[in-house]
Design a protein around this ligand. Structure first.
Ligand code: ZN
Length: 540
């Protein structure tokens, strides 16, 4: 690792002196990046919750830095693009859930057995409906796969295990598990609700921590054009440790289902001998926030009208239930690290003598943690001509906590952007790999997915490890302990050399895409190519 870093530092110095060009800015050292993380993840930013004073303060810092570095404002209001949200907060004192067996209620304890998910606009009336276990609840026409085949789901609540069968490639399986696709499938089948059981084999956050913050408000975009879950009246997440309750008397056990789901094996589907009775009291309010957008203008007379987007989310989850006495969820890695990287690269490119030919758009999105909402808004209503966006390189929680030897590229096989990223990684001694853990659905779990849905080739890269290595165990432990916990803060081990190398890969990819005349293109066999209809929004 160290030798690789020295090698590229030496190479760039050599090139500079050979060409007798003006002095290039010094190579990344991880320290200038970390200085920005220190600001963004400071307790004073209060965890950067969407709509909070803390996030406004963090965005003001970003705007200040961008202004100082001489970037152009590219929002709709200076650097800002305002976005309106509805906020939904569950009131458990007005909510209840029970399983109904042989006409008798078996009450569920909210928090211990299950939680009501406000990611869906829960109906105000009490819902009673039969339950049907539908495997992974996936319908993937491209693979002839249908978990709903032969089942009567009209007026029923669908119970399913999060995950997918092996026969469906990870990106496609993730796509069909997105809120939009899931709701479409449920509505088409006439189902009125869902109970999702997290797959114990792929849970990043343990149930105890999920439950701890279950009453934390959810948000959705206020504009009705974005209402994806209309018609879904109830939605629960069920604690896998309590899930046998759902299967009692069905002839199946959750243990059997979980064992199959762990290895992405096909799952049985069958009606359950219980119904759900659920009632949700939800408080609604309005929230305003903004994306922050800046442009580094390109140098080529024609290509400068096209943009390469470098994106990261600046929001995090704010102040929540205390863990070890700490209530501030600082989000240093998630995604202070990505926002800081955008600032660091912006300053670096601005100082470099050679200007990119295409323009570069730095997009700091809000409300990622609420369901990729800021990027959903931007991708649908970009502040630049939608056709001018040639690619999105997204940076979210890239986790420089081990030396960078292996780089996961999400979207590697979907467009030639993946090939370009892989070649750059290899040239710096880093091994590019596709997603080794498709069950975690990371393909759809950050903002690049919204660009993909609008036809823009996009990817996200992370420091990674081969399965079964000690490094993989370090990542797993980080997710269990620090992911979406107050301890994702400034007091955690960081590998500055890994961060610097990751930044260099990102910088080179950005310049490669900005300077190569041909735009990144979808692979002919990529499923996602269908969304590229001349820059028009994806069909909803
Ligand atoms: Zn997050």
């Amino acid at each position: 690792m160290r030798s690789t870093l020295l090698l590229f530092a030496a190479t760039s110095t050599l090139t500079t002196s050979l060409l007798a060009a003006p002095l290039a800015p010094p190579p990344f050292d991880g320290k200038t990046w970390w200085k920005h993380v220190q600001v963004l993840a400071d307790d004073g930013m209060e965890g950067r919750e969407t709509g909070s004073p803390g996030l406004r303060k963090a965005e003001a810092y970003v705007v200040d830095q961008l202004t100082k570095d001489g970037l152009q404002p590219a929002g709709s209001n200076g650097f800002y693009q305002p976005v309106r949200f509805v906020q939904r907060e569950i009131d458990e004192s007005r909510s209840s859930a029970a399983l109904v067996r042989d006409g008798k209620d078996e009450p569920l304890t909210l928090g211990e057995d299950a939680l009501l998910s406000t990611r869906v606009d829960l109906a105000p009336e009490e819902i009673t409906a039969p339950l049907v276990f539908t495997g992974y609840a996936l319908r993937v026409p491209e693979k002839g796969f249908d978990d709903f085949a032969g089942l009567d789901l009209k007026g029923k609540v669908v119970v399913f295990l999060a995950g997918s069968p092996e026969e469906i490639p990870g990106p496609l399986a993730a796509h069909y598990q997105s809120a939009l696709e899931r709701s479409k499938t449920l509505r088409a089948a006439g189902a009125i609700g869902m109970i999702i059981i997290p797959n114990p084999a792929s849970m990043d956050i343990p149930w105890s921590r999920i439950s701890l913050n279950r009453t934390h408000p959810s948000m959705d975009l206020a504009d009705p054009e974005f209402n994806e879950t209309a018609g879904i009246k109830t939605s629960l997440m069920f604690n896998p440790a309590q899930a046998e309750k759902l299967f009692a008397g069905s002839g199946h056990t959750f243990a059997e289902i979980a064992a199959l789901g762990k290895d992405r094996k096909p799952l049985p589907r069958f009606p359950l001998p219980v119904s759900l009775r659920a009632k949700a009291g939800v408080k609604h309010s309005e929230v305003e926030s903004a994306n922050v957008i800046a442009r580094l203008p390109g140098s080529d007379p024609a290509l400068k009208n096209e943009v390469v987007v470098l994106s990261a989310h600046i929001d995090h989850i704010g102040i929540g239930a205390p863990v070890d006495g700490d209530r501030i969820y600082n989000g240093a890695m998630d995604d202070g690290s990505g926002s800081a990287l955008l600032l660091d690269i912006a300053a670096h490119l601005r100082a470099a003598p050679e200007k990119p030919r295409r323009s570069i758009l730095f997009v700091f999105v809000t409300a990622e943690e609420k369901g990729l909402l800021g990027s959903k808004y931007f991708a649908a209503h970009p502040t630049v001509d939608p056709k001018s966006i040639v690619a999105d390189i997204n940076v979210d929680m890239f986790l420089p906590i081990v030396p960078l030897k292996v780089l996961k590229i999400e979207g590697l096989a979907e467009s030639d952007l993946g090939d370009r990223a892989a070649a750059i990684a290899r040239s710096l001694g880093v091994k590019p790999i596709p997603d080794p853990e498709p069950l975690r659905n990371t393909f759809i779990r950050s903002d690049q997915y919204n660009f993909i849905r609008h036809g823009v080739p996009a990817l996200i890269m992370s420091v990674s490890a081969e399965p079964g290595t000690p490094e993989q165990a370090i990542f797993k432990e980080w997710l269990t302990k620090r992911y979406h916990a107050p301890s994702d803060d400034l007091n955690q081990p960081v590998d500055f050399t890994a961060a610097a190398l990751y930044e260099e890969i990102t910088r080179r990819l950005l310049l490669e895409v900005a300077n190569t005349p041909a735009r990144p293109a979808w692979k002919p066999d990529s499923f996602f190519r269908r969304f590229a209809t001349g820059g028009a929004p994806a069909a909803r």
